[in-house]
Design a protein around this ligand. Structure first.
Ligand SMILES: [Zn+2]
Ligand SMILES: [Zn+2]
Length: 112
């Protein structure tokens, strides 16, 4: 007798923790630029709720699986032409410039 049924395989998903700008569709690029603009406006008006909502919806639009309430940032690596977009907490570096995990591993920003 089988007490436990085999669990179905998790559905194939296209969500990931970060995206590359050049891999985005035209529609997603428009969404990303519009989101940055609207998020900037929200910050100007000190509307944190709107700011978070914009970033959350943008993560969905870009197919990103990031923590709830996160802020999306673009890798500002000055060593390569990286265009990764991901979660601010993951991209945070000591000197405040967002850098993706790949860049952090390969050529971290130097503080001195
Ligand atoms: Zn990078
Ligand atoms: Zn880099």
């Amino acid at each position: 007798m089988t007490a436990v049924m085999d669990l179905p395989a998790p559905p194939a998903t296209s969500t990931r923790a970060s995206a590359s700008y050049r891999d985005l569709t035209e529609h997603q690029r428009t969404t990303w630029h519009l989101a940055l603009e609207k998020a900037h406006d929200a910050i100007q008006q000190r509307d944190i709720t709107a700011f978070r909502t914009i970033h959350e919806l943008t993560a969905v639009a870009l197919g990103l699986s990031v923590p709830h309430g996160t802020e999306l940032v673009e890798c500002s690596c000055d060593t390569c032409y990286c265009d990764a977009i991901g979660d601010e907490a993951t991209y945070r570096t000591a000197n405040g410039l967002p850098q993706c995990p790949t860049c952090t591993d390969e050529h971290p920003h130097s503080d001195d």
